[in-house]
Design a protein around this ligand. Structure first.
Ligand code: INI
Length: 156
């Protein structure tokens, strides 16, 4: 309709500075998420020099590293990566919940988009399926989301 302004962003990562915060807990899966994210960013035109990967002990620690990077002024977008498997412990709900709400708070408080690529699954196999297995790579998907959000926000 004439007069309507539409903002769609794009998946062009060239020139974008992207920070990845990765939780080392369950690192066999998280390393695959990081590889997927870096590969996706390269395919979308990002320069390796514009990318940073920060490892932290677990998903609970991810939000603070996200916040520190966001406030540093050195990134246009962030990607949170991790793997929380429910198993049989109620610890899951605290770790996964704090990670998700903390990541969201960083984006809203700082204006730097945060894409959430932290797997929260019932089983180890479900996590593997989402880290380059039959259900794709959620790290790659989160990286593409970070690019699109950085682009659309720059346009507003
Ligand atoms: N951290 C994870 O990233 N994934 C998990 O599955 C997990 N579990 O199951 O406990 C986990 N715990 C550690 C947590 O993130 C913190 O590192 C720890 O509590 C110290 O603050």
């Amino acid at each position: 309709m004439s007069g309507t302004i539409t903002h769609n962003g794009s998946l062009d990562a060239s020139g974008l500075r992207i920070g990845i915060v990765a939780a080392r807990f369950n690192d066999a899966v998280v390393e695959r998420l990081v590889s997927g994210a870096l590969d996706a960013l390269a395919r979308h035109g990002a320069s390796p020099d514009d990318l940073r990967v920060v490892w932290v002990p677990g998903a609970f620690e991810v939000p603070l590293a996200l916040k520190t990077l966001a406030n540093s002024g050195s990134v246009d977008a962030l990607v949170a990566l991790g793997c929380v498997v429910r198993g049989s412990t109620p610890h899951f709900d605290y770790v996964a919940g704090e990670c998700a709400s903390g990541a969201s708070a960083v984006a809203l408080d700082t204006g730097i988009p945060v894409a959430f690529g932290v797997l929260t699954t019932d089983t180890w196999d479900q996590a593997v399926e989402r880290a380059g297995g039959k259900l794709g790579n959620k790290g790659a998907e989160a990286a593409a989301t970070a690019v699109e959000m950085a682009r659309v926000l720059k346009d507003l």
